[in-house]
Each structure stands twice: as structure tokens, then as C-alpha cells.
Design a protein around this ligand. Structure first.
Ligand SMILES: Nc1nc2c(ncn2[C@@H]2O[C@H](COP(=O)(O)OP(=O)(O)OP(=O)(O)O)[C@@H](O)[C@H]2O)c(=O)[nH]1
Ligand SMILES: [Mg+2]
Length: 255
């Protein structure tokens, strides 16, 4: 779809969930309340034992009408994992729902739902191919994580900027919006932050336009982190992130 031809584009926000019962209601309502274009929220839940899917079913029953489906749920039973959940959501958003723009974010309310239209505006109004919510630019911040996690994130993102390009300063963001034609040709690969470095790195290196939108990452108040929060976990993740940056850089040089 030509986003400049005046018709309002359809945006689909993919929400990957595992045990987010106490966050998902507020998040879905927040996204729909702030939406500035036709908007569908698609929750991809990995059969969470805490009953996240039941909360989404209740929301769908309340907010959907025969004319307008605003809340959709896809429950996966045979598969688990953040990256494949997002990819499943992107595929459904594009091929089943006909979305023009797909966005996704964490569901722990650490990424403010009010910022979703700022990401889509970067595409619709400013002509970007992809928009990324960024903590490490003026106006952005991370008040969710401690000093060690913030420092490691800044060091890894500094390395990514030096090796992959300075269009992006938060390669591990996970708060993304992309045009359908771009996303249709891409497959996410890697775990958690790795997939994000890989996606943004490939997009930047392909010469496409990525626009950053500052956002403030706030602490999760309900539910538990799935990625752990001790120094060892951060170092294990960090090693994988550096390996991803290095692989992208080497592949580009070889080409
Ligand atoms: N569908 C699905 N979603 C997942 C899975 N693991 C994590 N998620 C979701 O991915 C998002 C990020 O998970 P978090 O636990 O917040 O991980 P994180 O943001 O790296 O960790 P914190 O920095 O501690 O918040 C949340 O929306 C989770 O519910 C999974 O296996 N399947
Ligand atoms: Mg989180």
C-alpha cells in the first residue's frame, strides 16, 4: 500500500505474551485508546499457565463488534519463544489481517502504549521504512534497569553503532514498527535482543531508512521477567549480542 495516497493505513500491533495476565488488559486498552489510524491488536500467547489468554478473550468479547475486530488472539501450544512468537504475529498480521504496518513491543508495560503512534507516524508521516523506540538518544531513558544492565546495554549498543551504523542507537530495543513490504521479505532470527540487533543491522546495512523515536523504558510492576536479571545472565546475553554484531559486520564486509 502507498502510505502517501491519503487512505488510512491499517496498523497491527503484535503482542507476544508469556504469563502477562496482570499487564495485558491495560496494555491492549492503552494501545487502542491512543491509536490514530485503524488498529488491530494481535496477542500471540504461548499457552501461558497464568490464564493470559482468558483475559484477552474477555477483552475481545468486550471490544470487538461484527463490523470491527480490534483484538485478536492466537494461542500457540506446540511452540515457545519470543522471536518465533513475534514472527508468527507478523505473518498473521500481513497475510491474514492485511496490515500495512506491523508494530510490536514487550507486554510488561515497560514500553508505553502512548508511544506506539509516534512510531507509526515516523513511517506514515516521515516516510521511514522502519521505526525503533530508542532509550539511548536525547529524550529517551531506561529507568527500569539497574546500573550494571544499563552500562552493559550502552557498551553493546556503542559497539553496534560503531560496527553497523549510527542510524540506530538502541539495537536491542524490541520496540519496533515496520512497513509490510519490508517485513514480508525478512525472517527474524536469534533469541531475545539478538533478533533485534540482527533485524536492525540488516535493515540499516541494506540502506533502508530507520527512524528512531525516543522512549522511556519503565519498570515492570506485575509478573516476572523471563530473561533473568543477574550479572551472569547479562554476560551470557551480552556475549551472544557481540557475536551477532560481529557476524553482521563480517557478512557485510565479505559481500
Ligand atoms: N509468546 C511468548 N512471549 C514471550 C516469551 N518469552 C517472553 N515473552 C514476552 O516477551 C516480552 C519480553 O519479556 P520480558 O520478560 O519482559 O523480558 P525482558 O524485557 O528482556 O526482561 P526485563 O528487562 O526484565 O523486562 C514480554 O511481553 C513477555 O511476555 C515466550 O516464550 N513466548
Ligand atoms: Mg521486559
Amino acid at each position: 500500500m502507498d502510505l502517501t495516497n491519503g487512505a488510512a493505513p491499517l496498523v497491527c500491533t503484535v503482542l507476544p505474551t508469556y504469563n502477562e495476565r496482570d499487564n495485558i488488559d491495560l496494555l491492549v486498552r492503552g494501545i487502542l485508546d491512543h491509536a490514530t489510524t485503524p488498529h488491530i491488536v494481535l496477542v500471540v500467547d504461548d499457552n501461558s499457565p497464568d490464564g493470559t489468554a482468558d483475559v484477552v478473550r474477555a477483552l475481545a468479547a468486550e471490544l470487538n463488534t461484527p463490523e470491527q475486530q480490534r483484538v485478536m488472539l492466537y494461542v500457540r501450544t506446540g511452540q515457545k519463544g519470543l522471536t518465533t512468537a513475534i514472527q508468527t504475529g507478523i505473518d498473521l498480521a500481513i497475510h491474514t489481517l492485511g496490515a500495512d504496518i506491523v508494530t510490536w513491543m514487550d507486554c510488561d508495560l515497560s514500553m508505553p502504549p502512548a508511544d506506539v503512534p509516534r512510531l507509526t507516524a515516523a513511517i506514515i508521516e516521515d516516510g521511514a521504512d522502519m521505526a525503533v523506540g530508542a532509550r539511548w538518544i536525547p529524550g529517551g531513558a531506561d529507568v527500569a534497569h539497574g546500573l550494571v544492565a544499563r552500562t552493559l546495554s550502552r557498551v553493546i549498543n556503542g559497539l553496534a553503532v560503531a560496527m553497523l551504523g549510527s542510524q540506530v542507537h538502541d539495537y536491542t530495543s524490541g520496540f519496533i514498527a515496520g512497513r509490510t513490504p519490508l517485513l514480508r521479505g525478512l525472517r527474524l532470527q536469534g533469541d531475545y535482543g539478538e533478533y533485534c540487533i540482527d533485524l536492525l543491522g540488516r535493515t540499516v546495512r541494506a540502506g533502508l531508512r530507520v527512524q528512531e523515536v525516543p522512549y522511556v523504558c519503565v519498570p515492570r510492576t506485575a509478573g516476572e521477567s523471563k530473561t533473568g536479571a543477574n550479572l551472569w545472565d547479562y554476560l551470557v546475553k551480552g556475549r551472544k549480542y557481540v557475536a551477532t554484531i560481529w557476524r553482521l559486520r563480517r557478512n557485510h564486509q565479505l559481500r
